[in-house]
Design a protein around this ligand. Structure first.
Ligand code: PMP
Length: 315
């Protein structure tokens, strides 16, 4: 089923669903020139709260900068626009999708750099568990993809760009065709990189390993949250290259992502991870992450931005 949302932010104004359109001649349609974000807003005892809004907006600006897309809006404007979009749609628990697209109708690979040839939209809708209803509790079955992440001097993976997701689509389509929930890609050197939309962690003998940002990964906001949470819980977390076979001898493996949150992996290539059940380290960091995001535990990191209730007059 398609996403339906009532109010979409479009360069400073709210438009209705049917008016949030772009022309088929837009540069993005032909050459994949968009950058975007995925952000979650959680229902907390104090109302809706956006998780790590500042970091997501920073990454959007970074992505635009890497691809030299002239963005008309400041970080402050975009952060406020995210808050306004949650309010305008009268949502609490939701997913936010800011997207910046090159629209100019000049054909050819070289983009039109005038300011009106770039448009920014923010959508908000309710999104449940990305990898399936039981993924967070029971874990998912995944494979190592035959598709690899591109070499570091090809696509800049610190940018979250629409075009990069062609590679993710191939991975996910292949994984699903073979009956898996998700695929893990290796980087161009053959080390473990990440899932089509998640970063990856491995636990062995009490040590937590995750791919470094030089491993063709998106520099995930959830990845950063989990590194900090795990270290503050006393775990040894190491960012280092992970050989493929580590996945088969690990005590625990899990994905992180805004949409996937902290999802245990129970098998890789049909080989069970340890006993084939979510392990204690995965459960502990998952619990702590969701407790902070949902306002059930204090937020010592300042990660939550509360969305004020819209004034009655604005409803
Ligand atoms: N890798 C890829 C390819 C992704 O699409 C995502 C989701 N944005 C992630 C990792 C996780 O990043 P984050 O925790 O910032 O959502």
């Amino acid at each position: 089923m398609g996403v339906r949302t009532s109010k979409i932010w479009r360069d400073g104004q709210f438009v209705n669903w049917e008016d949030a359109t772009i022309h088929v001649l837009s540069h993005v349609v032909h050459y994949g020139s968009s950058v975007f974000e995925g952000i979650r807003c959680y229902e907390t005892p104090e109302g809706g709260a956006i998780f790590r809004l500042r970091e997501h907006v920073r990454r959007l600006l970074d992505s635009a900068r890497i691809y030299r897309i002239p963005l008309r809006h400041s970080a402050e404007t975009l952060a406020q626009a995210c808050i306004d979009t949650v309010q305008a749609n009268e949502l609490q628990e939701c997913y936010l999708r800011p997207v910046v697209v090159r629209t100019g109708q000049r054909m050819g690979v070289a983009p039109d750099d005038s300011a009106d040839a770039v448009e920014t939209f923010i959508l908000a809708w309710t999104w449940g568990q990305y990898l399936g209803d039981e993924a967070l509790q029971r874990g998912v079955d995944v494979c190592v993809s035959s598709w690899r992440r591109a070499a570091p001097d090809t696509y800049p993976t610190m940018a979250k760009a629409g075009g990069h997701y062609l590679n993710s689509q191939l991975t996910l389509l292949e994984a699903k065709q073979h009956g898996y929930t998700e695929g893990i890609m290796l980087d161009s050197f053959g080390f473990v990189s990440e899932g089509s939309g998640e970063n990856l962690f491995v636990v062995r003998e009490g040590v937590i390993y995750t791919t470094p940002i030089s491993g063709a990964i998106l520099n995930g906001v959830t990845r950063d949250s989990i590194i900090r949470i795990a270290r503050d819980m006393g775990h040894d977390v190491r960012e280092q290259s992970i050989p493929r076979e580590m996945l088969y001898v690990a005590d625990e493996v899990f994905f992180t992502g805004t949409a996937a949150e902290v999802t245990p992996i129970r098998s890789v290539d049909r080989i069970p991870v340890a006993e084939g059940r979510p392990g204690p380290v995965t459960r502990a960091v998952q619990q702590r992450y969701l407790d902070i995001a949902r306002g059930r535990a204090a937020d010592p990191y300042g990660w939550l931005t509360l969305v004020p209730e819209p004034a009655a007059a604005l409803r």
